[in-house]
Design a protein around this ligand. Structure first.
Ligand SMILES: [Zn+2]
Length: 321
């Protein structure tokens, strides 16, 4: 797609555990270019930044004209938003204490906006995905752990240290499974893909450790204990979502991640819990749905961040209402 000479665009970067994805986007959500590259973590954060800068430069050269609004980066960990320093990351431990924003800014000389990857995904779904028609939503991502992002009034709700939206560590069962965060009964210990596999093991469904996918296949084949695992996942999600609905009164709550195909197995118990525990849900047209952008949500959300701040770009963004 062509960009007019005066056109504004932005670049989103999704920094994953194994690869680096970059997309150049226009304010109305058209993809100008999308690239994927592997990252070399052996050389530490400097090596990753080097790779990232190289790919971003390649994209700006390819596009050649137009005005770059900035680069948004989705990072899998905690970020001190004020200083642009990584506070901690389970997937990229070598980044702790690294001043990633300023380092990249020095190389590229454009606006750099960092964001937690789950928050970026929530913003991506709001911009181009299942949340296009709303201004307020919560996204819950079911993976190895459970990530979450809250979009309020069209913007990411960060909290005072950028740590809001840790939905995976909400307590859903007071005496539940112990979690690495120090709590027990966290949502992610009862509803993540890893939790599904662990519960299948605890229920004696398999002698060796199963993946969530295999537990789903067993449920599809009619295994009653595998179905019980998903019923339990639905209960945990339902309790968490009922609390979110009562707290926020947002119109939309989205689920994404690997266990989503098992929706028909966990959704009935999930909705039973939500209805039972949230008057707000039961008395409004609140929706709980599947997210639609998959792993692209974080990439698009990252690209949207600089556009949200750009005076020329904001006029081109369609209003949701
Ligand atoms: Zn926890």
């Amino acid at each position: 797609m062509m960009l007019s000479a005066m056109g504004v665009y932005s670049i989103g970067v999704d920094l994953g555990g194994t690869n680096l994805r970059v997309a150049a986007m226009t304010p109305d959500g058209q993809i100008l270019e999308k690239l994927s590259s592997s990252t070399c973590y052996e050389h530490g954060p400097e090596g990753v930044v080097h790779d990232m800068v190289k790919v971003v430069r390649q994209v700006t050269e390819d596009i050649g004209r137009g005005e770059l609004a900035g680069v948004g980066i989705g990072f899998p960990g905690f970020i001190d938003m004020e200083s642009g320093v990584i506070v901690g990351s389970a997937n990229l431990p070598g980044f702790t204490g690294f001043p990633i924003r300023d380092t990249i800014q020095e190389h590229l000389g454009t606006t750099i906006i960092l964001e937690n990857d789950a928050n970026a995904a929530a913003l991506g779904e709001k911009w181009l995905g299942a949340g296009k028609d709303v201004d307020d939503l919560v996204l819950i991502t079911l993976g190895t752990g459970i990530g979450g992002g809250i979009v309020s009034g069209g913007k990411i709700l960060r909290g005072f240290r950028g740590m809001a939206g840790e939905i995976g560590h909400m307590t859903v069962f007071p005496d539940g499974n112990p979690c690495g965060c120090g709590n027990c009964g966290c949502l992610e210990k009862h509803a993540s893909a890893s939790a599904i596999a662990a519960m299948a093991g605890m229920m004696g469904i398999a002698t060796q450790r199963f993946s969530a996918r295999e537990v789903y296949d067993l449920a599809l084949a009619g295994n009653p204990r595998a179905k019980l695992v998903f019923e339990s996942v639905g209960r945990a999600l339902g309790i968490a979502i009922a609390n979110l609905v009562s707290l926020f009164n947002f119109p939309l709550y989205l689920l994404s991640g690997g266990p989503l195909p098992a929706w028909d197995f966990f959704a009935p118990s999930m909705f039973t819990e939500i209805k039972k525990r949230s008057f707000t849900f039961d008395s409004t047209s609140t929706r709980v749905e599947k997210a639609v952008l998959g792993s692209d949500a974080g990439l698009y959300g990252a690209a949207y961040l600089p556009l949200q701040q750009h005076p020329l770009a904001s006029v081109a963004i369609p209003s949701p209402r």
